[in-house]
Design a protein around this ligand. Structure first.
Ligand SMILES: Cc1cc2nc3c(=O)[nH]c(=O)nc-3n(C[C@H](O)[C@H](O)[C@H](O)COP(=O)(O)O)c2cc1C
Length: 213
């Protein structure tokens, strides 16, 4: 076998493994333990979680634990975790859509002091269902913090636009946390992501104390 054939064979194997990995990660749900609020106290914080394949939901549960928060999950049927849902997610995010049908239990945001919006990143911006959620809610002057997971990066201009939508719905946008999970062979484990979430939130302790006390 010539040197070039060996190189081609190696490239092909790596491409097949990477392709299969991508297919699996986009069409399988990453399960995490059921969320149980740590205490019986009335929650001051609500974590709103959208997740297409489970990674952001695990991070949302970690944040909910950190805040002793209530957690609600939102479903967006247009973006189910098969290849058609992936294509729709990609097309709609690229077109910067801000609405889609959502399914979630009824929510009264008025009873909370802090609302954490937890979402994956789709084309450098929060996923379409989180825009749809914000655009459909009334935030009653409550403080709103955005938490995003992503493989690589987000676009600050898109976050500013998202913050404007929160403000338009009478929320007080605080800030955001981006958790970079990395790509393919270099992706962080769920445990590493969870540790990063609770470390990052702990570093903002003064902010939370001012809001919640
Ligand atoms: C359509 C689509 C677009 C994406 N675009 C980005 C992106 O612009 N930046 C990024 O860091 N990650 C991007 N990702 C990766 C996801 O944000 C990342 O894998 C996320 O943690 C998945 O969360 P989930 O498992 O909760 O759905 C994209 C994923 C999809 C499906």
């Amino acid at each position: 076998m010539s040197k070039w054939m060996i190189i081609l064979a190696i490239f092909s194997v790596v491409a097949i493994i990477a392709g299969y990995h991508y297919y699996r990660t986009q069409t399988h749900w990453v399960a995490s333990d059921d969320y149980k609020k740590p205490s019986e106290n009335q929650a001051q914080t609500l974590v709103v979680s959208y997740s297409r394949t489970g990674n952001t939901e695990a991070a949302a549960k970690e944040a909910a634990k950190f805040f002793d928060a209530d957690l609600i999950t939102i479903q967006a049927p247009a973006y189910i975790n098969d290849l058609s849902g992936l294509k729709q997610a990609s097309d709609d995010a690229m077109a910067e859509l801000e609405t889609t049908d959502l399914i979630h239990e009824p929510i009264d945001l008025q009873q909370y002091d802090l609302i954490i919006l937890s979402t994956p990143t789709w084309w450098f911006r929060p996923a379409v269902p989180m825009w749809a959620f914000v655009n459909s809610q009334q935030f009653y002057g409550k403080k709103v913090f955005l938490m995003m997971t992503g493989n690589s990066r987000y676009e600050p201009a898109m976050i500013e636009k998202f913050a404007d939508r929160v403000t338009a719905q009478n929320g007080e946008y605080l800030d955001m946390l981006f958790v970079q999970r990395g790509r393919i062979f270099w992706q962080k484990s769920k445990q590493e992501v969870n540790a990063e979430v609770s470390d990052a939130l702990s570093q903002l302790n003064q902010k939370w104390e001012d809001i919640l006390n």
